[in-house]
Design a protein around this ligand. Structure first.
Ligand SMILES: Cc1ncc(COP(=O)(O)O)c(C=O)c1O
Length: 349
């Protein structure tokens, strides 16, 4: 018998598969610069097997979300900050800069064309995925001369499902994500493939995510999967400083500013795993949460580690986490004043 959905149950689009129908495409060549921008139906690409990006990982990407606004319009959260990070990623990978306005035009065109895919469900958003890769067909070990920029999108529900529940995490002792002088502070494809084995180890240990430590001393907490981490100590929220080996998250920056405005102390201070464990045991750290475009703000309830597992607070979502999560979503969804000018309203007709 076919299972019927309860009338009140809602289906989640998940994260990463409910693609919208359009994509934006723009090409780069040394003689023409950026050219041939066009909105196209989302479709397969035809690539020569020697396309340089497939071999030498000259591939960068971004992630942003567009939200339905109370007036029925749609706004993208801080896309200019992502455009700037995209260009830092491009510079690191010897790729050409993309003028911010061209980046925003591509985003606007996809959102304007596909915003009808977004329901009024506040848990849903349009996740935008800009991508740039080297297209030269040549296997010499050198940077590509020609590039393609694409923007595609999917309708997103919650990254960890539509319910907000605390996740458990495994501290990775075997693998490191980034090293000084490497690419940890930019968003290139080559940072992610090598993380999957650690992510799989976390899942095998019954955890949702992996926590990355620094590569030199293997003690300092850097970030978690594709998210930045925050620790609540009394009235202060603390996160790792931007050491060059973790991604400067747009959500991280937004929460630092929102928290300061709400009267919390904010600190960008290194924290070791040992201190994390001791502070959870003493109650000095009462809450921990991860943040990112995909995960928004997600509480961390339990930690598995070689040197001993431990719980954070009562293992659920604490009041500071809940308050900051709500404050961030209120800005994104247009329920509170956009005092920082973070919303980029897209003209839909
Ligand atoms: C490694 C990593 N850290 C942190 C983040 C969070 O960044 P943001 O808040 O800009 O999404 C991401 C996601 O982009 C990421 O991939």
């Amino acid at each position: 018998m076919t299972a019927l959905l309860e009338p009140t149950a809602k289906t989640s689009p998940g994260h990463g598969a409910a693609f919208t129908p359009s994509m934006y495409s723009l090409s780069y060549s040394p003689d023409r610069g950026w050219h041939d921008g066009q909105l196209l139906p989302l479709a397969d690409l035809s690539l020569h097997p020697a396309t340089i990006g497939l071999h030498y990982a000259q591939v960068i990407f971004e992630g942003m979300k567009a939200f339905r606004q109370p007036d029925g319009g749609v706004a993208v959260f801080r896309p200019l900050d992502n455009a700037r990070r995209f260009n830092r990623s491009a510079a690191r990978l010897a790729m050409p800069a993309l003028p911010e306005q061209l980046y925003l035009d591509g985003v606007d065109q996809v959102v304007a064309a596909d915003q009808g895919e977004l329901s009024d469900d506040p848990d849903h958003s349009i996740y935008l995925r800009p991508l740039m890769f080297g297209t030269d067909v040549n296997l010499m070990l050198r940077p590509s001369e020609n590039y393609r920029f694409l923007v595609m999108a999917f309708v997103a529900g919650g990254f960890f499902g539509d319910k907000v529940e605390a996740v458990s995490v495994l501290v990775s002792r075997e693998h490191t994500r980034a090293m000084p002088g490497g690419t940890g502070d930019v968003k290139c494809a080559a940072n992610y493939g090598p993380s999957f084995v650690a992510q799989r180890a976390a899942q095998e240990a019954g955890c949702a995510q992996v926590v990355w430590l620094d590569s030199a001393e293997h003690r300092w907490i850097e970030e978690m999967g594709g998210m930045n981490l925050f620790f609540v100590r009394g009235n202060t929220i603390l996160t790792s400083p931007l050491t060059g080996t973790l991604l400067p998250g747009v959500t991280r920056d937004s929460l630092l500013r929102i928290a300061a405005r709400l009267g919390y102390g904010v600190a960008e201070t290194k924290l070791s795993v040992d201190q994390w464990r001791a502070d959870c045991a003493s109650g000095a750290i009462s809450e921990v949460f991860a943040c990112g475009t995909a995960a928004v703000v997600t509480p961390v309830g339990a930690v598995r580690d070689r040197d001993g597992d431990f719980a954070v607070g009562d293992g659920g979502m604490g009041p500071v986490t809940a308050r900051l999560r709500r404050a961030l979503m209120d800005v994104q969804q247009g329920r509170s004043a956009d005092v920082d000018g973070w919303l980029h309203h897209v003209r839909t007709r």
